[in-house]
Design a protein around this ligand. Sequence first.
Ligand SMILES: Cc1cc2nc3c(=O)[nH]c(=O)nc-3n(C[C@H](O)[C@H](O)[C@H](O)COP(=O)(O)OP(=O)(O)OC[C@H]3O[C@@H](n4cnc5c(N)ncnc54)[C@H](O)[C@@H]3O)c2cc1C
Length: 411
Amino acid sequence: MSERVTNWAGNIVFGARRVHRPASVDEVRELVVAGGPLRVLGSGHSFNRMADTSGDLVSLAGLPRVVAVAPDRRSVRVDGGIRYGDLAVRLEAEGLALHNMASLPHISVAGAVATATHGSGVRNTNLATAVSGLEFIDGKGDLVTLDRDNADLLGTVVGLGAPGVVTALTLDVVPSFELRQYVYDAVPRSSVDAHLADMLSDGYSVSLFTDWTGLDFNHAWLKRASFMEGPWFGARPADGPRHPVPGMPAGNSTDQSGEPGPWHTRLPHFRMEFTPSSGAELQSEWHVAFGDGLAAIDAVASVRARVAPVLQVCEVRAIAADQLWLSPNYQRDSIALHFTWIADTEAVLPVVAAVEEVLAPLRPRPHWGKIFTTTPASLRAEYPRFADFHDLVRRYDPSGTFRNEWLPGPP
Ligand SMILES: Cc1cc2nc3c(=O)[nH]c(=O)nc-3n(C[C@H](O)[C@H](O)[C@H](O)COP(=O)(O)OP(=O)(O)OC[C@H]3O[C@@H](n4cnc5c(N)ncnc54)[C@H](O)[C@@H]3O)c2cc1C
């Protein structure tokens, strides 16, 4: 019997006939060997059709949970269905931490790294860079194990679900650390103009938020080790907790009191026990070179009369460069402009195209898991290793078991 499956946001109804929920890696392999088309559905938090298939979906949420810390305490091996929120609690209990987290802990590790999900911080690379090992069932039904000694790892981690079903990942970990979170209101645009790089560098992780109804930014969120008081670049300390999205309950957000707390209770904006963000929304995000951040903000300001009516909130973050072939941060320190839109695809899509048009001179790379209208040819032009990625996918999945309509085609 077919079931109606949607993504988290509800804007995508998957075309899949069935959703399989294997309870072991052997069962995953049997599904692959039985033939495709097949795609893995992580926690379903992407906003486009990248997880879609005309065949069957596979959810790994029912795999036995694995959290195996290496004897040297520098890495942890996890299963392909675990969510960051569950992993974080287990790591903290071991006195360990991940180097960074996204705004929400609800997403699966395998799905998040497949799209190069990131947090913020000028010295923080995206979450996919923590992957030192990958185990996946490829399109031939073989269990492939890659580590950093294998050049394929750099092309496979941000794999968009195309090389195979990731059944386990090994992640770098660091000793647990504490952070304080501070929120500031009314960040003057003049400060952003004069000090954007300094602002984004003034903490372990910094986010600037605006709803584009004006030129000033509504809030700055700082996650940092050291105490701070008084104004910050002309912004005033918030007089109580805030939610990034105007009008949403602040209680859903992580602690902003300035009290130190474990890394996983400060790095995400949203708490695991509540719906993250607004819940009724679409999202887009574009990465530009760090040095082009202000130009990107100016470009969006030039179309803000179109942006503001369909926007809930826009967030500006920094991400350090990496070497992962399909990472939007590939060999480029980046500033990312994220947009939480209203939940109205028809109204939002023309504005997405308008933002893409003004950002185009800055060579933006869209977030793989969010909404964009960039053509496959333009996408390929932004990724020097795109042809290598296609060769890699052809090698691991020669018969196209994991292929879908959405994945940008070969050059
Ligand atoms: C409220 C909200 C806040 C967000 N905040 C951030 C943020 O702060 N930073 C950011 O960068 N992004 C953010 N995102 C986007 C999100 O992190 C990405 O869309 C991410 O891919 C979601 O992970 P998922 O497990 O839901 O993946 P899914 O959407 O389920 O899948 C994504 C892709 O991964 C593949 N995949 C999943 N699991 C596997 C597996 N085991 N093996 C092989 N392929 C697999 C799927 O086939 C698909 O191609 C946010 C999204 C939401 C809804």
